[in-house]
Design a protein around this ligand. Structure first.
Ligand SMILES: [Zn+2]
Ligand SMILES: [Zn+2]
Length: 191
């Protein structure tokens, strides 16, 4: 068994693209445990890095420390599941597709790391758990402005809101003004 720690540069597309990811080239700290087993090498480890993204509610930039654990078996190319030398081509080709192999004594950890980091990242990152997002009327960030509200909807905006409701409901043909817009507005506000 062998333990090793080493820093690497984050590869491309390391995270959830456009949501939160570890920027390409950013430092990733790897702790690995390599165990020699019958059929290959069992790799267990943790990758630590800083991810960057933005809050899904208020779009504020955010940073997140991520620690992703992983474990993967890398098989000797000429060994079957039980470590015996392979005598004929396997007919269980489907099973083989999921297996990872050592090549010339090396293994490619990148896809393993990528999967682990993606799993460790939140799909819906928020700047803080109770982030209230943005005001739907003026776009101000609500956590910055406690008690923020609008007393009355401006009559000119009200007309636009009715229109937006009609379009969302797929009633583009009924924009003549006779659409029952008040019903649509009520529906929207309940959500
Ligand atoms: Zn936020
Ligand atoms: Zn507002």
């Amino acid at each position: 068994m062998q333990r090793l720690s080493r820093p690497i540069d984050a590869p491309k597309d390391f995270g959830l693209q456009g949501v939160i990811e570890v920027p390409e080239g950013a430092p990733v700290e790897l702790d690995l445990r390599l165990e020699s087993v019958m059929e290959g090498v069992l790799v267990t480890g943790t990758a630590r890095a800083s991810a960057k993204g933005e809050c899904v509610r208020c779009l504020e930039p955010l940073g997140l420390e991520v620690a992703a654990d992983f474990q993967e078996m890398f098989s000797y190319p000429d060994a079957d599941d039980r470590g015996r030398a392979r005598t004929e081509p396997a007919d269980d080709a489907e099973e083989d597709e999921d297996r990872l192999f050592l090549e010339d004594g090396m293994f490619d950890l990148e896809p393993v790391l990528r999967d682990a980091v993606v799993l460790a990242l939140p799909m819906q990152p928020v700047c803080q758990e109770d982030c209230e997002g943005l005001c739907s009327e003026c776009g101000v960030r609500l956590v910055d402005e406690p008690g923020h509200h609008h007393d009355a909807v401006d009559i000119r905006w009200a007309a636009l809101q009715g229109l937006a409701g009609s379009i969302q409901d797929g009633e583009k043909d009924e924009m003549s003004g006779d659409a029952p817009r008040s019903a649509h507005v009520d529906e929207k506000q309940e959500k």
